[in-house]
Design a protein around this ligand. Sequence first.
Ligand SMILES: Nc1nc(=O)c2c([nH]1)NC[C@@H]1CN(c3ccc(C(=O)N[C@@H](CCC(=O)O)C(=O)O)cc3)CN21
Ligand SMILES: CC(C)C(=O)C(=O)O
Ligand SMILES: [Mg+2]
Length: 309
Amino acid sequence: MSAAPLASAPPPKGRPVTLSTLAEKKALGEPLVMVTAYDYPSARVAEAAGVDLVLVGDSAAMTVLGYESTVPVSLDEMLMLAAAVRRGLRTPLLVGDLPFGSYERSNEQAVATAQRFVKEAGCDAVKLERGGPSVERARAIVDAGIPVMGHVGLTPQTATALGGYRSQGRTAEQALAVLRDAIELERAGCFAIVLEAIPRELTIEIVKRVSVPTIGIGAGPDTAGQVLVFHDLLGLFEGHTPRFVKRYANLREQMVAAVRRFCEEVRGRAYPADEHCYEMAPDESARLQALLSAQEEHVEEPFTGGPSL
Ligand SMILES: Nc1nc(=O)c2c([nH]1)NC[C@@H]1CN(c3ccc(C(=O)N[C@@H](CCC(=O)O)C(=O)O)cc3)CN21
Ligand SMILES: CC(C)C(=O)C(=O)O
Ligand SMILES: [Mg+2]
């Protein structure tokens, strides 16, 4: 066999990414890459592309479940998606996004929910939103032995209280509040913190004062890593995409075009062609014809094997 690798051959699988891997990469100044994934094929794509972390984001509510915000998605819906992602993933660290309402009520609720992500969906870590009351929840989950990722700035689960999907920390006082949240989440034991939709000036101050890796989405280039929503970067999401999104492909267009061709070919009888058909061996086909003729000679109604209608 030729030693030349085929373009379609799966890439060699790396060692699983751990929390130490992430800290080491940050220390070396190597950017961390995270993408969201919501099912088996998107997980396979993320793995093949070589990302460091995969987030089963509650953005699934909007990207794959068709809700108008991230608020309605249930814990069971998130667990089903996370389990599918787990089955497609080996190398990247898998983080499950705790959905709205599944962790706020008490430390006990937060730990129980985080444990379901680990036990039932096979996640390596969980993510929760906000500082303030979430800091204590983060600490409780960390104390239960489950790594926690924080998330400050624009926190979509409580966007209504923030005035909608708008960037955060743009006044000096608000910036200080976001910085405090990040510092408190690090103190609570978070292994990384997502910074969403905040001005670069604020990101720089947070990065100076927090030693765990920061992962930005609309936070500028100064974070230890970047995250984007899978459907946004692939041009697979039909709704409004935030300003921080860069499209690396236009897959929705390609998908519509492909399904449209399928419609045309079925309607024009161009599909299926010979190569898509099954065949009987010629002798079996001849025997079938013989059997059919024999039946037609001896039976009045050849095709009614059962009771007549
Ligand atoms: N597909 C998708 N991608 C995301 O990044 C994402 C979701 N869904 N769902 C949950 C949240 C919502 N996100 C968003 C949505 C919009 C803006 C945005 O464009 N904000 C602008 C305009 C706000 C306004 O109208 O005032 C801004 O300048 O902040 C930011 C983050 C991020 N998250
Ligand atoms: C954008 C990331 C950080 C997220 O929380 C999500 O996709 O739900
Ligand atoms: Mg989220």
